[in-house]
Design a binder for this molecule. Structure first.
Ligand code: ATP
Ligand code: MG
Ligand code: FE
Length: 348
């Protein structure tokens, strides 16, 4: 099956074609992402109405570009997958409207995909490890993005049990807000991470929130306040900014690593998969690889560009569900809030 994937949940327009007849990463025939970052920069955050309008402008050209890149025409598609939630309602409706119309015109099935299931399944699109093969459930997933920080027990593809989540800011949100309060331009998360590379480890030590008690929930907003106070009382030089960035990153990474290890113990699993924008963080990748190696387990990530929002993960998640015979009716329906535990299992 050749499935077109459409992602418009927030400020990235993503389109891809996934072909289930090809194994591993070769299944991804083409993918393209258009980021609206420049559009929202002057407001310091995503403006929902501007996001919707820009998806309207960019989506169809991106569909044409992606199909051309895959060497396919619309008539070659066997199905359409789109992000149906969670996300900004107006932005979601643009993708859903285009996807449903295209599917209706082509007389192929369409399916609304859960954005976080898309993130979660992204590592499974990569080529199998030569020694261990592809990760297979049961495993634990760490979803770390701009809006979510969750630990999920994956009992089967499509069967998800929430083990823990953030009680306030998501990890990516904490990166972005911390960057902003130290004067880095929007969106600051990746820039804060880059700055941390040049900072001295140990110059600033922040707490590892909620690691001193049992449980798998997170809290990152207090860390942001600790950084704010440290920055306010410092000389505010470039070197200090880098040192604080390093201290902040180490605190987030260490907190995530501690909770991941606990989650693996709780679920009795050896395999961890990590997805979402913060999964692109180099130090987090290195630290989790180290943790998995000490336990004799493994950790799997998507390639860097598939950590943040993209159409490939939506095409892939949709392809698995369409292949299993699932699809939606012809109405355009989106779900700005949507609990992943309510998804039906995918019978393979
Ligand atoms: P959600 O998926 O929860 O709806 P989102 O789609 O906005 O949120 P993603 O696109 O998955 O989130 O990820 C974006 C987030 O990832 C941002 O908060 C960004 O700061 C963060 N991020 C990206 N690269 C890095 C990095 N190298 N280090 C730390 N954080 C990063
Ligand atoms: Mg984004
Ligand atoms: Fe996302």
């Amino acid at each position: 099956m050749r499935i077109l994937g459409i992602e418009t949940s927030c400020d990235e327009t993503g389109v891809a074609v996934y072909d289930t007849s090809r194994a591993g990463s070769a299944g991804l025939r083409a993918h393209a992402v258009y980021s609206q970052v420049a559009l929202h920069a002057e407001y310091g955050g995503v403006v929902p109405e501007l996001a919707s309008r820009d998806h309207v402008r960019k989506l169809l050209p991106l569909v044409r570009q992606t199909l051309a890149g895959a060497g396919l025409g619309v008539g070659d598609l066997d199905g359409v997958a789109y992000t149906a939630g969670p996300g900004l309602v107006g932005a979601l409706l643009v993708g859903a409207g285009v996807a449903r119309s295209l599917a209706w015109a082509l007389d192929v099935p369409a399916i609304g995909v859960h954005h976080m299931e898309g993130h979660l399944l992204a590592p499974l699109m990569e080529d199998p490890d030569p020694v261990h093969g592809s990760p297979e459930p049961p495993f634990v997933a760490l979803l770390v993005s701009g809006g979510h920080t969750q630990l999920v027990a994956v009992e089967a593809i499509g069967r998800y049990r929430l083990l823990g989540e953030t009680l306030d800011d998501a990890a990516g949100e904490a990166f972005d807000k911390t960057a902003k309060l130290m004067g880095l331009p929007y969106p600051g998360g990746p820039q804060l991470a880059a700055l941390a590379e040049t900072g001295a480890p140990g110059a600033y030590r922040f707490s590892r929130p909620m690691t001193d008690r049992p449980g798998l929930d997170f809290s990152f907003s207090g860390l942001k306040t600790q950084v704010m106070l440290a920055w306010r009382d410092s000389d505010q030089s470039d070197a200090t900014r880098a040192d604080i960035a390093r201290g902040f990153e180490d605190a987030v990474v260490e907190t995530l690593a501690i909770k991941c290890e606990r989650a693996l113990d709780a679920a009795g699993c050896g395999t961890l998969i990590v997805a979402g924008g913060v999964g692109a963080n180099k130090r987090l990748r290195a630290r989790l690889h180290e943790m998995a190696a000490t336990r004799g387990g493994r950790v799997c990530f998507p390639r860097m560009e598939l950590c943040t929002d993209n159409g490939a993960m939506i095409a892939y998640a949709g392809a698995l569900r369409l292949q299993a015979g699932q699809h939606d009716d012809a109405s355009v329906h989106v779900a700005p809030r949507w609990d992943m535990a309510l998804l039906p299992a995918i019978a393979c």
